[in-house]
Unconditional design. Structure first.
Length: 326
C-alpha cells in the first residue's frame, strides 16, 4: 500500500481462549496516512492559537480595519456615518496643528532615537564590566522604565521646576543669570527638550538590558585576538564590539523609532502638547481630534498617515540593513 494514499486499516480479529470462553475482540488500530497526520497536527495547532487570534481579530484587527474605512467618512460618534471621500485628507494640509504635530514628531524621533541608543550602549558597556555594585546600578537604570509613569512625571516636573527645581538651582549656583534660566516644560522653547530628556532617561534602561544581552553573547576569543594585535580599549570597542552588536543595534533602532513615532503618554503627563503646539505630536493630536473634538473621521485619517509614515521608515530601515549585510 503506497504511503501517499489514505489508508485506514482496522484489526478486529477475535482471540478465542483455550478454555472455550467467548471471543474477546482486539482494539481497533487506525493507521493514518501522511496527509491525514498533517491535517490532524494542523488542527491541533490552530486550536491552541484560536483563542488568542480571536481576541486579536475582535479587539485589534477589527478596529484597525474600521479606522482605515472611517478615515474616508464623517462621524462624530453619535450621528449617522456619512461618506467624506478625500475631504479629511485635503484637510490635513490646512490644519496648522497637524503640520506642527508632524514636525514635532519628526524632531522628537530624530533627537531621541540616537541619544537613547548611545546612552543605552554606553551604560551597557560600563555595567558589563566587573565593578562594585554592578547589579544595583543595573537595577537602578532599569527602574524608570517599569516605574509608574504618573509618579515619574510628577517627580520630573518637580526636578525641572523653573522657579524652585533643583536643576535650575544648580545652574544658578554655577553662575547662570536668573533671567536666562530655562523654563523647561513651561517654556515653548524648552518644552520639547524637556520631553526628549524625559524619554531618554525613562527608556535607556530597557535598551541597556538588550545591549547587555548582546554584549554577553560576543565571543571572548575576539577580544583575545585583538589584545594579541596590540589593540587598545577604544579600538576593540570600534572594531569588535560595535560590529558584533550590529543585529542588536538594528533591533533597538527599529523599536526606538516606532516607539518615538507613537509617543503619547509622557506628552500627556508633562506638557499636554503645550505650551501652544510646541510639544504637540501626532498621537496626541489624534487623541484631541477623536476624544476632545469627537471628529472620528479626521482623527482616523491622521492615524492612517501615521501608520504609513511608520511603515515607510521601518521598510527603509530593513532595506538598509539588507544592503549592509550584502
Amino acid at each position: 500500500m503506497p504511503a501517499q494514499e489514505e489508508a485506514s486499516v482496522s484489526i478486529s480479529n477475535s482471540v478465542i481462549a483455550n478454555d472455550g470462553a467467548p471471543a474477546v475482540p482486539r482494539r481497533k488500530v487506525t493507521v493514518l496516512s501522511k496527509r491525514q497526520r498533517k491535517i490532524r497536527n494542523a488542527l491541533v495547532a490552530y486550536s491552541f492559537i484560536a483563542p488568542n487570534f480571536l481576541g486579536f481579530a475582535v479587539f485589534t484587527l477589527g478596529p484597525i480595519l474600521f479606522a482605515f474605512a472611517l478615515a474616508f467618512m464623517h462621524w462624530d460618534g453619535s450621528n449617522a456615518i456619512t461618506f467624506a471621500g478625500l475631504d479629511n485628507f485635503w484637510r490635513l494640509f490646512e490644519d496648522k496643528a497637524f503640520i506642527a504635530a508632524f514636525w514635532n514628531t519628526i524632531i522628537y524621533t530624530v533627537a531621541s532615537v540616537p541619544a537613547t541608543l548611545l546612552c543605552a550602549l554606553g551604560l551597557a558597556v560600563l555595567l558589563n564590566q566587573k565593578i562594585a555594585g554592578r547589579n544595583f546600578f543595573r537595577t537602578a537604570m532599569f527602574f524608570p522604565y517599569v516605574a509608574s509613569l504618573v509618579a515619574v512625571a510628577v517627580v520630573w516636573n518637580m526636578i525641572f521646576n523653573p522657579e524652585m527645581g533643583p536643576v535650575n538651582m544648580i545652574l544658578y549656583t554655577l553662575g547662570l543669570d536668573p533671567k536666562n534660566m530655562p523654563g523647561w516644560a513651561a517654556d515653548r522653547h524648552w518644552a520639547m527638550v524637556t520631553v526628549i530628556l524625559f524619554g531618554i532617561w525613562k527608556n535607556m534602561g530597557y535598551y541597556m538590558v538588550i545591549y547587555l544581552a548582546g554584549l554577553q553573547g560576543i565571543n571572548a576569543e575576539l577580544y583575545e585576538a585583538a589584545d594579541l594585535d596590540g589593540a587598545n580599549s577604544w579600538q576593540k570597542f570600534i572594531h569588535v564590539t560595535v560590529p558584533q552588536l550590529g543585529p542588536t543595534t538594528f533591533f533597538v533602532t527599529v523599536m526606538l523609532t516606532i516607539q518615538s513615532f507613537k509617543v503619547f503618554d509622557q506628552i500627556y503627563m508633562i506638557t499636554q502638547g503645550g505650551p501652544g503646539t510646541s510639544t504637540l505630536v501626532l498621537v496626541y493630536h489624534i487623541y484631541n481630534e477623536a476624544f476632545i473634538s469627537w471628529d472620528l473621521g479626521y482623527s482616523s485619517m491622521i492615524s492612517l498617515v501615521l501608520f504609513f509614515l511608520v511603515l515607510a521608515v521601518t521598510v527603509f530601515q530593513f532595506r538598509r540593513q539588507r544592503e549592509d549585510e550584502a
